[in-house]
Design a protein around this ligand. Structure first.
Ligand code: ADP
Length: 244
């Protein structure tokens, strides 16, 4: 097995406030890691550090053995590390097809025809091929998020980070996005997912990580994590959400 992401002794401060405290984490090729934890525990900050949307201060993050640091390699890190956001972030003035084809043309210098042909294949995979000509405003939230996932896949990143990808959706649209994510996981894409969807964590994760106060408190396979959590904090968190 080879690690796609390696994080060693990483800490992150917002001014004087320490948001992440000595994070150690390694994610293997093809692994699906789900990060759980209360609001404010540092989940989003952690994944934002992996693609340098946030800078960290101590320790080290490596993606495919390359150190993640601001400067010359920023563009290549962004190519290797895809990100799917809560609010889709599609380009409103571009069609669905153009949204998915844009980065491979701009960044990877792919011929437009080839990029569009690949975009159609990816849109098929996320069940959005019939909407290729539409604009984001003509789509539901669930449809927009599926396009955003296709757009991220178009860059063929080493790993895709998901930052609460279903939190902004109406409840009836959560399932269609989780289904697409489950298919990605099955196809071997390496994924790190911040979510509150416990069903997804149980069913799809290879490993569940629980964070609190900027630290990784506990991690385990989903079966052990949900049935026999070791730490009192994890137990309390699971009690609160599963009995809600
Ligand atoms: P989570 O994703 O688990 O809800 P976050 O990573 O968003 O947590 O936030 C972790 C902590 O860092 C919180 O206390 C939050 O208030 C703080 N924080 C997040 N972003 C910023 C920022 N840009 N400036 C200052 N503090 C921040």
């Amino acid at each position: 097995m080879s690690a796609v992401i390696e994080i060693e002794g990483m800490s992150k401060f917002y001014g004087a406030f320490q948001a992440l405290d000595n994070i150690n984490l390694s994610v293997e090729q093809g692994e699906v890691v789900v990060i759980l934890g209360p609001s404010g525990s540092g989940k989003s900050t952690l994944i934002r550090c992996i693609n340098l949307l946030e800078q960290y201060q101590d320790g080290e993050i490596r993606v495919s053995k390359q150190r993640v640091e601001a400067g010359a390699r920023l563009a290549s890190i962004r190519c290797e590390v895809g990100m799917v956001f809560q609010n889709f972030n599609l380009y409103p003035h571009l069609t669905v097809l153009a949204n998915v084809a844009l980065a491979p043309v701009r960044v990877r210098h792919m011929a437009r025809r080839d990029a569009e042909a690949r975009a159609r294949v990816l849109l098929e995979k996320v069940g959005m091929a019939a909407h290729a000509h539409k604009y984001p405003s003509q789509l539901s939230g669930g449809q927009q998020q599926r396009v955003a996932i296709a757009r991220t896949m178009a860059m063929e990143p080493q790993v895709i980070l998901f930052d609460e990808p279903t939190s902004a959706l109406d409840p009836e649209m959560v399932g269609e996005v989780l289904d697409v994510m489950q298919n990605l996981a099955r196809s071997g894409v390496t994924m790190v997912v911040v979510t509150h969807e416990m069903g997804f964590a149980r069913k799809v994760a290879d490993r569940v990580i629980f964070m609190e106060n900027g630290r990784i408190v506990e991690q385990n396979n989903p079966q052990a994590f949900f049935t026999a959590p070791q730490e009192p904090r994890t137990q309390a968190f699971l009690q609160a959400i599963l009995h809600h």
